[in-house]
Design a protein around this ligand. Structure first.
Ligand code: 6PG
Length: 225
């Protein structure tokens, strides 16, 4: 596997610490943060909204690492998840760049290519060892090396909706990447990542700075019954 593991008692709290560090050491005036979907991400953003000083948000630009191809106000949308979890601070950020499946992936690919690297990409880990919307056996795993963003979907039907997602190259282009993993349900996937299982999409992500924030339950074998 690539990157380093940070064993966390409380994953959302450690996530906030990583974001705080990345924000205060950012090279430019703004902080470009790409958000994830999922329940772990929701808890991370609730903590982030409560923890970051209010003025910081006016220097933060929000992007997404992946999105479901549903309306932005749909309950399944990662945009809606972020808006709900961040609460009032969502309206104070410097800019918001939602992924819009209706225009295809090219505009988002161009958007990212036309600006400095994202400062931090936040990812989750699915029980099937997907991350972002890079699903096992899906076309995005073999996207052209030059592509940062592509359309995708789960050929196994486990994860709903057509998607838009960062590719491995899109993830690797970020200044830093943080993956949050919590709960025994992720133990098998995390074990496959650590083993470098080539069939585990998340095992193939890499970036200059890559941190896996993992709790004990996801890292250790389940306690014997
Ligand atoms: C998505 C997410 C996805 C998520 C993982 C973990 O759009 O579904 O981006 O990659 O991060 O599935 O989700 P949980 O934290 O809910 O297990």
């Amino acid at each position: 596997m690539n990157g380093e593991i940070l064993l966390a008692e409380d994953v959302p709290s450690s996530f906030v610490d990583v974001v705080r560090e990345a924000f205060t050491t950012r090279p430019g005036p703004v902080f470009a943060l790409a958000l994830s979907g999922g329940d772990t991400a929701r808890r991370c953003y609730e903590h982030l909204a409560a923890a970051l000083p209010a003025p910081w948000w006016t220097d933060i630009e929000l992007f997404w690492g992946d999105e479901r191809c549903v309306p932005l106000d749909d309950a399944d949308s990662n945009h809606a998840l972020a808006r709900e979890a961040l609460g009032p601070v969502f309206a104070t950020v410097r800019s918001v760049h939602p992924m819009d499946c209706s225009v295809g992936a090219d505009p988002y690919d161009t958007l990212l290519r036309s600006r400095p690297a994202l400062d931090l990409v936040h990812l989750g880990l699915g029980p099937d060892a997907h991350t972002a919307s890079l699903f096992p056996g899906s076309p995005a795993l073999h996207a052209p090396a030059a592509r940062l963003v592509v359309d995708n979907e789960d050929p196994h039907g486990t994860n709903p909706h057509r998607r838009m997602t960062l590719t491995y190259a899109g993830i690797a282009r970020a200044r830093s990447v943080v993956v949050t993993v919590e709960g025994a349900a992720k133990h098998e996937a995390m074990t496959r990542v650590i083993a470098g299982d080539p069939t585990a999409p998340a095992a193939r992500i890499d970036a200059d700075s890559l941190v896996w924030i993992v709790d004990r339950h996801a890292l250790d074998a389940p306690s014997p019954r």
